[in-house]
Design a protein around this ligand. Structure first.
Ligand code: PHE
Length: 340
């Protein structure tokens, strides 16, 4: 067969075969078959030696054309397979998966989580948030709260006094007074915040800790409202099976006064736990507020109310089972990351 015819036959054979390959592997096989060192095009190139000088240019030219056309066809198919491979790989990618965060996400401190829950529960009962300063005067911390000058709580051993006579508040009950001084009844507030006492720091005491105060004043508020509100709160917080006990106690600013104990099967081995101080607002407190306001908005013959205060850190420890209150302020992620 003349060499030009051989080339054309090979050309159409190669075109058909390249068109028929179905994947990158068979494409590579076709490339080797025609272009490899032992390939058919290479062999024709070899046998050009046997041609006469006159025949050679025409055959060489044709051979080049065929090479170029086939190379282009091979490249074209190779590109298609590469694109297909990428598309297949992309199809495996789930774009809805969350990305990898650049830094590990933190979480709220267990005390903050508890605080948020407590605030939510009281907001559902119509309580609004109130606050007051950490640096207080004796009026708001003691006098207005019916706590006389010789009361042990006012002792320098128990309270941090500033050189100017002000002090770090020893309880959040200060916010009761501040609220009533500026707002006429009805009052329904909660006031979480830091308090300070000169306590020796140990597993159950910090010199700075957190309380959660509440005050409800209106006409006709009685012990039933008081008990119902606090029972509801503790059952929401600790579970519906929680028992709530009001144990008679004494506070200068409430009368009668109580301490609240709670008991729940899942918590601290089902023991009674003291969680709050509370009581009906003492008329002497209303009198002090009226005196400061210069009116009779809190006439004890007309309004009545209840107040309560609990230790937030203590509630956090009960709920988390932490054995030592100092763990709440150590900022150790090994502890914190357990309460995400
Ligand atoms: N302030 C009291 C304490 O720190 C708690 C309390 C608040 C008691 C309100 C009665 C009413 O112990």
């Amino acid at each position: 067969m003349p060499m030009l015819d051989q080339i054309d036959t090979l050309f159409s054979e190669a075109q058909t075969e390249i068109a028929a390959v179905t994947d990158a592997a068979s494409l590579e096989a076709a490339r080797v078959k025609f272009f490899g060192r032992q390939g058919q095009l290479s062999q024709i190139g070899e046998s050009m030696k046997t041609l006469s000088k006159e025949e050679r240019p025409a055959v060489g030219k044709r051979l080049n054309e065929v090479r170029q056309t086939l190379t282009a066809a091979l490249d074209e198919r190779a590109k298609t397979f590469a694109a297909q491979r990428d598309a297949d790989a992309l199809a495996q990618v789930d774009l809805t998966l969350p990305g990898t965060p650049p830094v590990p996400a933190g979480s709220l401190h267990p005390s903050t989580q508890l605080l948020d829950r407590a605030v939510q529960i009281f907001r559902r009962m119509g309580f609004a948030l109130a606050d007051g300063p950490d640096i207080e005067d004796e009026w708001h911390c003691f006098d207005a709260l019916n706590t006389p000058a010789d009361h042990p709580a006012r002792n320098e051993q128990d309270t941090f006094y500033l050189p100017d006579g002000r002090l770090l508040r020893t309880h959040t009950s200060t916010v009761q007074i501040r609220t009533m001084e500026t707002q006429a009844p009805p009052v329904r507030i909660i006031a979480p915040g830091a308090v300070y006492r000169r306590d020796e720091v140990d597993a159950t005491h910090l010199a700075q800790f957190n309380q959660f105060e509440g005050l409800y004043v209106d006409q006709g508020v009685g012990l039933a409202d008081f008990k119902g509100t606090l029972e509801f709160f503790f059952r929401e917080l600790f579970g519906p099976g929680t028992a709530v006990r009001f144990r008679p106690h004494f506070f200068p600013f409430t009368e009668p006064s109580f301490e609240i104990d709670v008991k729940s099967a899942g918590l601290r081995g089902g023991q009674w736990m003291e969680v709050a101080g509370c009581g009906m607002v003492d008329p002497a407190v209303f009198e002090a507020v009226n005196q400061k306001r210069g009116d009779d908005a809190y006439d004890p013959e007309v309004v009545s109310g209840f107040a309560f205060g609990f230790g937030l850190d203590r509630l956090t420890m009960i709920l988390t089972g932490l054995p030592d209150v100092r763990m709440l302020v150590e900022n150790d992620v090994r502890m914190l990351s357990q309460f995400r």
